[in-house]
Design a protein around this ligand. Sequence first.
Ligand code: COA
Length: 156
Amino acid sequence: MAGVVNIRVAQRADVPELYRLEQLCFETERFSRRQISYLVSRSNGEFLVLTENGNIAGFMVLLVRRNSAGVRIYSLAVSPDYRGKQYAKQLISKAGQVAASLGKSFLHLEVSHANFSAIQLYRKLEFQITGKRERYYKDGSDAWLMRLGVNPSKPS
Ligand SMILES: CC(C)(COP(=O)(O)OP(=O)(O)OC[C@H]1O[C@@H](n2cnc3c(N)ncnc32)[C@H](O)[C@@H]1OP(=O)(O)O)[C@@H](O)C(=O)NCCC(=O)NCCS
């Protein structure tokens, strides 16, 4: 049965669950509990959680810089139990709305060459590859830089 899905801003009380999800979803390059706490409380970004029936199913961290025309998707993850339900797609759609509301013109991110699921996701949503960073990750893998235009008058 479909659950009640909601996207909201993360609260300090979410940090333990977000840390648990971080461990589940990423094998390397994980945020520490302290980094998650910092990202939840910082003001120049948005830490969003997607809930299903009140339980956190996924999260997304956006970084916003005043002198940048884009909003960076700094992290995105959906718990293994909730994958394949278009939740990452919904979080990225929300990122587009946030970017549009701030008058920004694109979303951008880095993704490992080795991260097949995420690359498929971004390609499906029509992100374009704009560059490559060699040996960007600690495991030696390269990163693709990807970008999706946002029309301020028509948030995605
Ligand atoms: C990548 C990730 C966020 C996808 O989350 P998700 O909620 O399962 O993705 P969605 O259900 O929204 O998928 C939307 C589309 O993305 C593509 N996609 C997502 N996961 C896929 C997979 N494992 N294989 C192939 N395509 C995939 C599909 O085209 C899918 O559309 P479809 O279901 O109609 O075919 C999730 O697998 C995850 O958290 N991975 C670990 C953390 C991570 O790698 N984060 C990204 C860092 S850059």
